[in-house]
Ligand binder design. Structure first.
Ligand SMILES: NC(=O)c1ccc[n+]([C@@H]2O[C@H](COP(=O)([O-])OP(=O)(O)OC[C@H]3O[C@@H](n4cnc5c(N)ncnc54)[C@H](OP(=O)(O)O)[C@@H]3O)[C@@H](O)[C@H]2O)c1
Length: 225
């Protein structure tokens, strides 16, 4: 099945995005690797595409180039570690501009592309912090929570249009984003990428990649996190 897929992964030059692109290539998909600086894409077998998800013109161009896409992977993200009261408002805006508006920009540009190609799917990379809201990462959690709400609303809106929407939730992964976390507390992003693509292809609405995400999700009905 994956041989018939043409995917675009945002933020595919490093971190989880690079692993997701590699996983799709390994399964036989054609893959566009979206990156702000396409010259930093070093993964064999992908097509680099300039893509800044916060720049509408860049998003428009990417959708024009990658016009055979059937799978969109919204992976690009930032972590400023800004608190909602103490952090710079610019950082708080950047989190929302990236995780919420950036993801929405790219989704709005690619829904007509996917529809035009006969339907497909969208995978949004979220986090356990969509559900667990600590003050130390208030800006990030708020943006991921907004992206979670967006994901759920789009899943319902897009199902009758032949587009399946899935979300990945995970705790820490060993990428640049959390280089300050000890290695033994982080998942291997290649393992997470494999789980994510398997879940997406299975049509899972939600992929919970680790025990932490499963525990926090299960506690949502009983606690106020
Ligand atoms: N690492 C974790 O523990 C963890 C846990 C849960 C969820 N996540 C989520 O997983 C996803 C990938 O994160 P990561 O851990 O792989 O982080 P990372 O190593 O810091 O990589 C982030 C990627 O996003 C790209 N990016 C950021 N802003 C962008 C924009 N405006 N337009 C296009 N690309 C942009 C970066 O591009 P540049 O190279 O140009 O900066 C980079 O490719 C994010 O959505 C993150 O929130 C991460």
């Amino acid at each position: 099945m994956t041989e018939n897929i043409t995917a675009l992964v945002s933020g595919a030059n490093r971190g989880l995005g690079r692993r997701l692109a590699a996983e799709l290539v390994a399964r036989g998909a054609k893959v566009y690797a979206g990156a702000r600086k396409p010259e930093t894409v070093d993964l064999p077998g992908v097509i680099p595409v300039q893509l800044d998800i916060t720049d509408p013109e860049s998003v428009r161009r990417a959708a024009e180039i990658a016009d055979d896409v059937t799978v969109l992977v919204n992976n690009a993200g930032v972590s400023t570690q800004a608190g909602l009261l103490s952090g710079p408002i610019e950082d708080i805006r950047l989190e929302m501009d990236t995780h919420y508006f950036g993801t929405l920009n790219l989704t709005r540009a690619f829904v007509p592309v996917i529809e035009n190609n006969g339907g497909g799917s969208i995978l949004n990379i979220l986090s356990v912090l969509s559900w667990y809201h600590a003050p130390t990462s208030g800006a990030y959690s708020a943006a991921k929570a907004a992206a979670w709400a967006m994901t759920d609303a789009l899943r319902t809106e897009l199902a009758p249009r032949g587009i399946h929407v899935s979300a990945l939730h995970v705790g820490y992964m060993d990428t640049d984003m959390v280089s300050y976390i000890p290695a033994d507390q982080k998942m291997d992003p290649s393992v997470v990428a494999s789980q994510a693509i398997t879940g997406l292809l299975n049509g899972d609405p939600e992929i919970l990649a680790d025990e932490l995400s499963r525990t926090v999700k299960a506690a949502l009905s009983t606690t106020n996190t």
